[in-house]
Design a protein around this ligand. Structure first.
Ligand SMILES: [Zn+2]
Length: 392
């Protein structure tokens, strides 16, 4: 079991290497070096700092990509973590590996990098090319995944997202997008409001109409939803009627409902809410992110929804090969949280989820991963790499 020891040591080194979003450099170097040590045919870092390894296949089926991310959320005060499982310890305690990222996402990452490499160790070639990727900034909007999706959209057809699923299959999740209602009126001294056009009254009208909006319905994920969250104006003085106002809407979309669908749905409400002299528009919110390599991009503040049906051939095939290979039933569900999977689905890739780790401990001070479950995931990833797309 030399390979299992090496895999566990790799996981522990990953946990011991902090990699907050924007600070993944050391982590990326570790993953890249490990792929080279394991004998991947190619391994490289792209301009955003994403790490990609390739194991060449026999060319009989389309290319498959395993994907996780390099970053993790802030562990907060170490004093709030258990003494036996400090955030950057990677300590083994009672059959579990502890620390920030154990489940999200360093445990699944190590299980992908080492699991797929078992083919090389066994002297086997997968039926098609297999990529293993770990991207930057998943936790803050997907800067890395957006670039990788563009780079590989004509190369990779299928994706396994390694986010924790307790070694069950996942086939989709709701998405999120941010809209901004922007209203322009006319600023004047607050002592003479009749001379101005106050954009806040437009937002007041708009907010009263918002709950009447008819939302889209998905048979499994329920209704999409919209919540007003932030309001700001162009003013910092309390005695001036503002000239402009912005209202942020947090929109949770269902698969098939695009950013533009949401934008178009809200637009008539704004038109009906305008007062004389005011104009308005619905914007898609964007944020600017920079990676540790200096790669910079303004990104839409969104995380696309996606889903495959329960009887989709790719889902059925994954269930079959995993059930045969692991000798047990494989439940398939939808994720409660969003992943980078939506970015890959948006460019046409077929995306499933499979990873070790318990979603209930993710982003908590009790983050850990069960060693037996993680060991099974190494095996499962090798099975998916070898048999998923060859299944008939
Ligand atoms: Zn994650």
């Amino acid at each position: 079991m030399a390979d299992l020891t090496a895999a566990l040591q790799f996981l522990q080194r990953l946990i011991q290497t902090p990699s907050l979003p924007g600070q993944e450099e050391a982590m990326a170097a570790l993953v890249l070096a490990e792929m080279r040590t394991l004998g991947y045919d190619e391994a490289w870092m792209d301009e955003a700092g994403n790490v990609i390894g390739l194991i060449r296949g026999r060319g009989e089926v389309p290319a498959l990509m395993f994907n996780t991310h390099l970053d993790h959320v802030d562990p907060g005060d170490p004093a709030t973590w258990p003494a036996y499982g400090q955030p950057y310890s990677g300590a083994v305690h009672e059959g579990k590996v502890w620390g920030r990222g154990a489940s999200d996402i360093k445990g699944p990452l190590a299980a992908q990098v080492h699991g797929v490499a078992r083919l090389l160790q066994a002297g086997e070639r997968p039926p098609g090319d297999v990529y293993v990727s770990a991207v930057v900034q998943e936790e803050v909007g997907g800067l890395g995944a957006r670039l990788l999706a563009q780079t590989l959209k004509d190369t990779v057809a299928y994706v396994v997202i390694g986010e924790p699923s307790s070694n069950e299959l996942r086939r989709g999740h709701r998405g999120r997008t941010e809209l901004v209602v922007h209203v322009v009126g006319r600023a004047v001294h607050a002592s003479a409001p009749e001379r101005g056009v106050n954009p806040l009254f437009v937002l007041a009208n708009f907010l009263q109409r918002l709950p009447s909006l008819e939302m889209a319905l998905h048979d499994e994920l329920g209704y999409s939803s919209v919540a007003p969250t932030l309001i700001r104006t162009d003013q910092s003085s309390a005695n001036v009627i503002p000239g402009e106002a912005w209202l942020t809407l947090d929109w949770r979309n269902i698969p098939g409902e695009s950013n533009e669908d949401a934008q178009n749905k809200v637009h008539p409400l704004l038109t009906d809410s305008l007062i004389e002299g005011a104009i308005g528009e619905i914007l898609l919110a964007a944020t600017d992110r920079v990676s540790f390599t200096g790669y910079e991009r303004a990104m839409q503040s969104d995380n696309p929804a996606y889903s495959l049906g329960a009887d989709h051939p790719a889902v059925r095939a994954a269930e079959q090969v995993l059930a045969e290979g692991l000798g047990r039933e494989i439940p398939t569900k939808l994720w409660r949280f969003a992943t980078d999977g939506g970015h890959f689905a948006r460019v046409g890739m077929t995306v499933i989820g499979f990873g070790p780790g318990d979603e209930r401990v993710v982003h908590t001070v009790n983050e850990h991963i069960d060693l037996d479950e993680w060991t099974e995931a190494l095996h499962a990833n090798a099975i998916l790499a070898q048999r998923w797309l060859a299944f008939k």
